[in-house]
Design a protein around this ligand. Structure first.
Ligand code: 9Z3
Length: 313
């Protein structure tokens, strides 16, 4: 019997740039495998679910890509090579520090009529730009950061599978850090209107369940990697039990459980053996501390032990 996820891939054609992205992925993972580096795939931002093939309207979600983009920076600090798979226009590592800032306000121009104008960073921003720019350039110079974008659920799932296939040879040295907010519901391609849905009456839109991709991901695509998924809830009473259910069902390494409202201040790390809270105080939050620093340190420690345990056995 063909499983739901196989059906899904059979029914939805790959994005046009997938082959090109696959060769970039393979080249990146091979280089880091040869160098003995650890590699993390960070997924980030929300997927859209189109309502029409010629898409005018789509279903979206709240995710800004903060968790993923901030975590990617901390993984780089811990020496990991990072594949950052993110929703178009959601936050990206490094450039995220300047979001909300008008780009042109960072700059100043000195006009000397005979020469080409000289454009520099305004003195009040120089320190901040320098700190971020150094880290960004270092990641690029060391070829440790590779980025890919998706918009729809379909693009996300195709890219995710290709990234897993490229990561598989790294075995235990790979982490999958699945922070993207992936739609649970969608309209299958063969049920989707080709053209813009008419507004002649209230439309009936019927959504189907997205197949649980964690199942083939853990058991078939990257069976030796360290897999971390995220569980998002709005009802606190369900949070830990849902996270545990996911762990027991997919047999991966860790679920990071978070509540929509408090996700920047508190998460619960759920493993087969334990669950515990990582949190920031209000003061820490106010001075700009980031919970992703705690999350990533915790994961890196667990991943290191995971690699040792695989090497011993
Ligand atoms: C998360 O739970 C992420 O932490 C957030 C981060 C999306 C809440 P932001 O991008 O938010 O910083 O604004 N991601 C996973 C959400 C998700 O779709 N999980 C699925 C579920 O809960 C399973 S993988 O069922």
């Amino acid at each position: 019997m063909v499983s739901a996820w196989e059906d899904f891939y059979a029914m939805h054609p790959p994005p046009q740039d997938l082959v090109q992205n696959e060769s970039a992925l393979k080249e990146f993972t091979k280089k880091h495998l040869d160098k003995g580096n650890k590699v993390v795939l960070v997924t980030s931002g929300g997927t859209t679910v189109p309502l029409e093939h010629n898409t005018v309207r789509f279903v979206d979600n709240f995710s800004a890509g903060t968790r993923g983009s901030v975590s990617a920076e901390y993984f780089l600090e811990h020496g990991y090579a990072v594949i950052f798979m993110y929703r178009v226009k959601s936050l990206e590592p490094f450039s995220r520090h300047f979001i909300g800032q008008k780009f042109l306000d960072l700059l100043q121009i000195s006009d000397n009529s005979n020469e080409t104008p000289v454009i520099t960073v305004s003195p009040e921003y120089t320190q901040k730009v320098a700190i971020v720019l150094r880290k960004y350039k270092e990641a690029l110079d060391q070829k440790k950061l590779l980025q890919f974008t998706f918009t729809t659920l379909f693009e996300y799932l195709w890219l995710l599978r290709s990234a897993c296939q490229a990561l598989a040879p790294l075995e235990s040295r790979a982490i999958l850090y699945l922070a993207a907010a992936v739609s649970d519901f969608y309209i299958p391609s063969n049920e989707m209107s080709v053209h813009k849905i008419h507004s002649t009456g209230p439309p009936t839109i019927s959504l189907q369940l997205v197949p649980k991709i964690l199942a083939p991901l853990v058991s078939l695509w990257v069976p030796k990697a360290f897999v971390v998924s995220f569980k998002l809830e709005t009802d606190e009473s369900l949070l830990i039990s849902k996270a545990r259910t996911a762990l027991n069902k997919y047999h991966h390494n860790l679920v990071i459980a978070n509540m929509l409202q408090t996700r920047k201040q508190q998460v619960i790390i759920v493993s087969k053996e334990t669950d515990y809270i990582l949190s920031l105080t209000n003061e820490q939050l106010n001075i700009g501390d980031e919970i992703e620093q705690l999350i990533v340190s915790d994961i890196v420690e667990k991943h290191t032990k995971f690699i040792w345990s695989k090497e011993v056995n």
